[in-house]
Ligand binder design. Structure first.
Ligand SMILES: Nc1ncnc2c1ncn2[C@@H]1O[C@H](COP(=O)(O)OP(=O)(O)OP(=O)(O)O)[C@@H](O)[C@H]1O
Ligand SMILES: [Mg+2]
Length: 330
């Protein structure tokens, strides 16, 4: 499918690639185009070094979806990479003393002290994982958006995000089992001491709901009629190698890729200086390779976007880029 059809029909479109190649510019231009073609669009930046607000020329508060003034149907969101861990209390920490209602009573007893330390440990990187998890949960809950566009971080970070559903789900699955076991074990002890009835453990429900939406997100991410990943690249040797690697990883993760944007192409004008002519020649050689590998061999649509004289920022420039990305590539 061409980018135009993806933007008109899919639930999610993701833009990714090497640092600085034009991911944010392409994602934002596409989001404006989709919004102006009647789709209620949310653009989400998952890059902790956000530049979505700068690209649109608006201030975005972390974690707050902001309707973009002057563009109907467009909302932008920069995720807050630091989740409030207190929200996840009971999910990230299992404290057996608390389970028994005896917090602080038995720290001095070697066995219980060790157990407390062991079970209240937080896995490394969990705050970032939960920030991503929250996004996936949001995508899976009821909302009014027809299309969600992801402006992703440079490659490595994005691959972690895409493999997150498996990682988080496996981890949450283990946690659920552990909670049930610990809950049963200490619940019995607690009842022995306090004769209290077993209380309902809400954090288990929270875990189960989070797990369910993450598994649904996995299903959506890997469904080619719901999600497609657009790789953005520049016509340079190193970018070809990196694009090949990214494509492999996406295939391994069952994520559909049908379009590749080749951005920042020098145009053929007689005005080019010696330096620009040399760069254009270098780009032309690489473009031939790109066409052979990605179009002929791997059957991807290539979208060629020229190098603009000015920075691509704010509405007019983003609209102009959108024309090349979506309208002129046919
Ligand atoms: N075709 C183009 N012509 C001229 N300037 C461009 C073009 N594409 C992108 N730029 C400029 O290049 C810079 C980087 O673009 P952008 O922020 O979209 O890249 P990115 O891949 O999102 O970067 P990062 O990896 O830092 O997130 C910006 O200043 C943007 O205006
Ligand atoms: Mg960016």
């Amino acid at each position: 499918m061409q980018l135009k059809d993806l933007l008109l029909n899919l639930k999610m479109v993701m833009f990714g690639g090497k640092g600085g190649v034009g991911k944010t510019s392409c994602a934002t231009s596409s989001a404006i185009w989709a919004a102006e073609h009647g789709r209620n669009t949310l653009i989400i930046s998952t890059d902790p070094a956000h530049s979505l607000g700068d690209s649109l020329g608006v201030e975005l508060l972390p974690g707050e979806p902001t309707p973009i003034e002057g563009i109907d149907n467009l909302t932008a969101l920069e995720i807050n990479p630091k989740v409030n861990m207190a929200e996840f209390k009971g999910i990230t920490n299992i404290n057996p003393m608390e389970e028994m209602g005896m917090s602080g009573l038995m720290e001095n007893m070697p066995l219980f002290g060790d157990m407390e330390e062991l079970t209240s440990m937080t896995p490394p990187g969990i705050d970032e994982a939960l920030a991503f998890g929250k996004i996936l949960e949001f995508v899976e809950t009821n909302h009014d958006y027809d299309l969600i566009i992801f402006d992703t971080a440079p490659t490595g970070h994005t691959l972690r995000f895409l493999s997150l559903p498996e990682t988080l789900s496996g981890w949450i699955g283990k946690l659920i089992k552990m909670r049930v076991k610990i809950g049963n074990m200490f619940g019995a002890v607690k009842r022995l001491f306090t004769r209290e009835e077993k209380e309902k453990d809400n954090s288990l429900d929270v875990l189960e709901r989070l797990n369910e939406s993450i598994l649904n997100a996995r299903e959506d991410l890997t469904n080619p009629i719901k999600n497609s990943f657009i790789i953005v690249m520049i016509p340079e040797e190193m970018a070809i190698t990196e694009t090949g690697r990214l494509l492999n990883e996406l295939i391994k993760n069952n994520i559909s890729v049908s379009n590749i944007v080749v951005n920042q192409l020098y145009q053929d004008t007689t005005e080019l200086c010696e330096f620009c002519k040399a760069r254009r020649e270098m780009q032309e050689k690489n473009l031939i390779k790109i066409k052979k590998i990605f179009r002929e061999n791997l059957h991807k649509n290539l979208i060629e976007v020229p190098l603009f004289k000015e920075e691509i920022r704010e509405y007019d420039k983003l609209k102009e880029m959108g024309e090349y990305l979506i309208e002129k590539s046919y």
